[in-house]
Structures are given as C-alpha cells and as structure tokens.
Design a protein around this ligand. Structure first.
Ligand SMILES: Cc1ncc(COP(=O)(O)O)c(C=O)c1O
Ligand SMILES: N[C@@H](CCCC[NH3+])C(=O)O
Length: 425
C-alpha cells in the first residue's frame, strides 16, 4: 500500500490526491499506480533472477485477465513482461500495448478455431493446449494456414489450490488441462503431426494460493513428466508454471513471498535445463489499484443496522459478491473517529451487492470519498454494466502525473449499441 498512502490526511495514489481525481473524473473510478506495478514486477523478476542456474531465460507473462487496460499492459511490457492471454481480445490488447508476439502465451479451455488461427497468424510464442479436441483443431488450423506454432500441453496435475472453490483450477474434476497420462500421449501426437511443435508442459492450479506446498506438488508433476517424455525421445525445452501466487489483501491471510516461491520453483526445476514461464496476474496488479467510490448516503435502520451505501456496486467490483472476497475500505480523508459496524453495500438491485457485513469503519457522511484497496486485479477486468450502470473509468498515476486511461462511456454510447428493429417501430 505504500504508493497509496495518506498525506496531510488525504489518501494519495503516489503524489496525486484521490480527492483531485474524484473531482475531475467522478466516481466510481479505478486508480492504478505505475510505481507499484513496477515494484511488483521487479520484486518478482529479481526473485526469479536469483536462480539463473535453474530458472533459465525466464519469461514473466502477465495474466491479462487480471487487468487488461492498455496502459497497464504497456507499463509492464516496457519492463520486459510478456502476456498470458485467454482470448483473441486479450491477444489484441497485449499486441496493442506493445507486447512482442513472441512473448505472448495463449491459454484457455475453449479457444475457437478463429482464435487459434489469429494466434498462429500473429506468431505468438506458444499455445497452451488444454484438451485432445483442441489439439486436433489446432493441428487442422495450422495445416490450413501452412504455418506451425509451438505448443505446450496444459497438465491437470490433480492438485487444486486457491483462495476459494471458484478459483481453483487444478483439481481432477476442474475443466482445465489434461491428466498427466493423457498429456504424455497428446505430446507424442503433437510431435508426430508435423504441423505443430510441442515444446513443453504447462500448469496453473488456482489463484490466491498462499501456501507453496500445492504449487511444489504441481511443479513436481511437470518435472516427472519432463523426464518421462525425454526417456521417450521427445524434447522438452519449456515449462510454464502458471500464476496463482496469492497477495496480502489488507486484513487477509499472509502469503508466501515471491522469493520463497522462486526458490521453490528453482529447487524443483534444477537440472532440467528448461526455460521457465511464469503467469502472474494478481501478484503484479492487485495491490497496484484501488476503486475510488463516494458514499451515496448512510441508512441507519431503527434497529441500529447501518448501511453504508456506495456509488460503486457489484458490477464494478464483483469479487466480494462472487467469492466472498475481502477488500479493505479506507476513507479518503483520514479520521480519528472510533470505528463502528457498517454493512457496506452498492446501489445494484441484488442482496449480493454487499461488499461487507458488520465492517468496523469510522462514521462517514453522504458525499464522503472512500477507496477499496487490492482492486487492481480482477476489478475493472470483471466489471459489467448490470443495472445499466456505466463502466467505471480507469486512471493511471506516475509520480505527480496522472491520466485517464479508460474513459467512462456516456449513456448515449451505451444506448447506441442496441437497435430497435424496423419491424417493431
Ligand atoms: C492459465 C492461467 N494463468 C495465469 C492466471 C493468473 O492467475 P493469478 O492472477 O492468480 O496469478 C490464471 C488465472 O487464474 C490462469 O487461468
Ligand atoms: N477472478 C478471480 C481469479 C480467477 C483467475 C482466473 N483463473 C479473482 O478475482 O480472484
């Protein structure tokens, strides 16, 4: 949180007061810090770079799904980050932000033929194949285009982990990847096809993982499989270790450090002589962003229950509604008033539009500005227009500079997307 701190009693993003941003851009609005993004990238890059013997020529491919804003992607691309993408839209975002195609990895369980063709045509670094039907379609697409592509087979190591059942991806019954035995068979089939080149294995077992044990187990599966493939005469030059390392959400559980994570990965991969890819999303972006919001009013019921009604709703920040996620809420103006219990809610017509129950907060008045922390990952990227609410704009700070990096749409733009057919006039 150090780049989001109080100065003279007002919460700032780097050198910019959130009050200034709210006054000019309105609320709700996402605010990201370039300095924090850079720091997070460097901490991870240095942690990985400390093990050049085992983590050779590493690639940090930012998971675009966490935050697809072009300015955020461009910030990371300039530091050398690649991109982990799961749709044509995300590949296009990464390219538009200046990420070189040969640093873009394409993952996902349901890539359409048109998306596979786009990725092959764009010359992405590798496609992480998640199933037999996908491999068959990719081979057909590559043959049609007369152009090859490097592939990794995404393994489902049967080790699920993560902060919530809905964000666990590595369990045996989860839809992602293929079981180790089948992955070995697909690898050989890919090699035999002559149309695509299998270069390695991939895994990603979940998100907001705070403990290294399940990650170690999953990486161990990749290691064993690498050795098996080599005994079968197949070359394995890359391992994609996925993302998933958790972050400290203010008030939440502690998590393993990037240094311990990298040391563990190095320990498991040492001696394999493979190139390692990492796909962090949350780790780089979550604590680099806040969601700035204004109190609509405080509704105190006769029984004493205090509803703090914000102008941000579950459509802007879905994580609490979807995963019961905890996001700290800070008043933009520091106060020493004693905290009292509030139910923090948005304006959306759903009971699920509740950010927190009985959250101790200093009493605030209508119009007060507040900020949800830890909102830089899976915040704006998961936002929607439910209740016909306009998507929140996004702002990026860099020292004393700041810019709107995604405009709030207008109601006219929202309405213009729909058409009433002639036959209804
Ligand atoms: C394949 C893949 N890679 C990387 C990520 C990024 O995960 P995280 O933000 O937890 O690092 C995800 C999302 O969970 C994913 O599905
Ligand atoms: N969207 C989730 C993380 C899932 C990542 C995608 N596999 C979150 O907000 O925590």
């Amino acid at each position: 949180m150090d780049h989001f701190d109080y100065r003279d009693g007002v919460l700032h993003a780097e050198d910019v007061s959130l009050e200034t941003i709210a006054a000019e851009v309105g609320t709700p609005a996402y605010v990201y810090s370039t300095a924090t993004l850079r720091r997070h990238y460097r901490v991870l890059a240095e942690a990985i770079g400390a093990h050049p013997d085992a983590l050779r020529d590493p690639l940090i491919a930012f998971a675009v799904k966490a935050n697809g804003n072009l300015a955020v992607l461009a910030t990371l691309a300039r530091l050398g980050a690649g991109a982990d993408t799961v749709s044509e839209g995300e590949i296009r975002r990464a390219l538009a932000a200046g990420t070189p195609a040969d640093r873009i990895v394409f993952s996902g369980v349901g890539k359409a033929d048109s998306e596979l063709a786009f990725a092959v045509g764009a010359g992405v670094r590798q496609i992480n194949v998640e199933s037999r039907p996908e491999l068959e379609r990719l081979i057909a697409v590559a043959r049609d285009l007369g152009r090859g592509v490097d592939v990794a087979i995404r393994v489902n190591p049967k080790v699920g982990a993560g902060g919530h059942a809905k964000i666990t991806t590595g369990g045996a019954t989860d839809k992602f990847g293929v079981a180790p035995e089948e992955a070995l068979a697909l690898y050989a089939e890919a090699a035999a096809s002559g149309a695509v080149t299998p270069v390695g294995l991939a895994c990603h077992i979940g998100s907001q993982i705070t403990d290294l044990a399940p990650l170690r187990a999953a990486f161990g599966v990749l290691r064993d499989m690498t050795l098996t493939l080599r005994t079968r005469g197949l070359e394995v030059t890359r391992l994609d270790l996925g993302g998933g390392l958790g972050v400290p959400y203010a008030g939440g559980a502690p998590t393993a450090s990037p240094a311990d994570y990298a040391a563990m990965a190095a320990e498991v991969l040492r001696g394999l002589e493979v190139q390692a890819t990492f796909e962090p999303g949350r780790l780089l972006a979550a604590n680099a962003g806040v969601l700035l919001t204004r109190v609509v009013h405080v509704n105190v019921r006769p029984d004493g229950r205090r509803f703090l009604v914000l102008d941000a709703g579950m459509n802007d920040l879905m994580r609490p509604a979807l995963y019961d996620a905890f996001h700290d809420l800070k008043p933009v103006h520091l106060t020493s008033a004693a905290p009292i219990a509030h139910d923090v809610v948005g304006p959306v017509c759903e009971t699920g539009d509740t950010f927190a129950r009985d959250r101790p907060l200093p009493p605030v008045e209508a119009g007060a500005l507040m900020a949800f922390t830890g909102a830089g990952a899976y915040g704006a990227s998961m936002a929607n227009e439910y209740n016909s609410r306009l998507l929140a704009p996004e702002v990026l700070t860099d020292g004393a500079r700041w810019s709107v990096v995604r405009q709030r749409p207008t109601y006219d733009q929202m309405l213009a997307r729909d058409q009433i057919p002639d036959w209804l006039q």
